[in-house]
Structure formats: C-alpha cells, structure tokens
Design a protein around this ligand. Structure first.
Ligand SMILES: Cc1cc2nc3c(=O)[nH]c(=O)nc-3n(C[C@H](O)[C@H](O)[C@H](O)COP(=O)(O)O)c2cc1C
Length: 146
C-alpha cells in the first residue's frame, strides 16, 4: 500500500469535496493518505505518490489556497525524481483558459522530475456538476499504476 499525498486547490468547494471523497476512497482500499488544505512542499516528503486535485479560477489561475505551494515549489525546486503523480483539474470549457490550473501543476511536477502515472483528467463543469462520476473511474486507473 502506498503513502499518497493529495494536494488540493479549491475556491468554492467542488475540488475540495472531490479531494475529500478521493481520500476516503483511497483509505478504504488500504492506502495511507494525507490531505492538508492548504498544502505545503513538506507534505511531499514521505509520499510515494502525489495526487493534485485543483480547480481553475480567474483567467486560468490557481486557487489561492494552492498558489503559495506552487510558487514555493517553483522557487525552491524540491526535486521529486521518479515519484509518481497525477492531476485532476476542475474547469469550465466556456473559458479560453480551460483547465489551465491543471496544466500549471502538471508542468511543475514534470520540472520536479516526477513521473505522471496516468494522463491528466480535466472535468468540465459544462458537461457535469458531479465530478466524481469521472474522477472515481480515473482514480481506479491511476492507482493501478502506482
Ligand atoms: C470566477 C471564476 C473564474 C473561473 N475561471 C476559470 C478558468 O479560467 N478556466 C476554467 O477552466 N474554469 C474556470 N472556472 C470554473 C471553475 O474552475 C469550476 O466551476 C470549478 O468546478 C470550481 O471548483 P471549486 O468549487 O473547487 O472552486 C472559473 C469559475 C469562476 C467562478
């Protein structure tokens, strides 16, 4: 079983609710999970794998509760060489900056030399208001690759 750190950015609570459901789901199958909101770079220290669950806000920006983590990691580059990660991003395809927060987090973890275990999932609020219907099947695939 893996130590999984979930890093969450949320403005109105949808991504947070999803992150909490994911934490519960992973714990039920025996993984050790950590979910601190806001998260910090230290949360990655004992993780075997990192799952980012974030929404996009503003014009393609990160929510303010995950932005400090992002800039801290960009400035200090705490390398995560070979560590597995995944990204679930909530967004809205009526924005030209659809799912940009997910792209930013994906780029960051690639810079930190982590390895994307399964391609990023973007959940479009235009298509569904129940992100778990897409996220839980995705999670099952992601976990298989750990
Ligand atoms: C003010 C505002 C700005 C947003 N900007 C974007 C954006 O640039 N790109 C995007 O894909 N979605 C954008 N969204 C959509 C949110 O990411 C989406 O509704 C998400 O489900 C909200 O999750 P949250 O409740 O965790 O914040 C925006 C929503 C709001 C209200």
């Amino acid at each position: 079983m893996a130590n999984i750190t979930i890093m969450c950015g949320s403005v109105f609570g949808a991504a947070q609710e999803l992150a909490e459901l994911i934490k519960l789901t992973l714990s039920e199958v025996g993984h050790n999970t950590m979910l601190n909101i806001p998260c910090s770079t230290a949360d990655m220290d004992n993780a075997d794998a990192i799952l980012i669950v974030t929404s996009t806000t503003g014009q393609g920006e990160l929510p303010s509760n995950i932005e400090p983590f992002y800039f801290n990691a960009k400035n200090n580059m705490p390398m995560q060489t070979g560590k597995l990660f995944g990204v679930i991003c909530l967004g809205d395809s009526s924005y030209t900056t659809y799912g940009k927060a997910g792209d930013l987090m994906q780029e960051l973890f690639i810079e930190l030399q982590a390895k994307e275990a399964f391609p990023m999932l973007k959940v479009d609020a235009v298509q569904t208001l129940e992100p778990e219907t897409l996220a839980l099947p995705w999670l099952e695939q992601w976990v298989k690759r750990l």
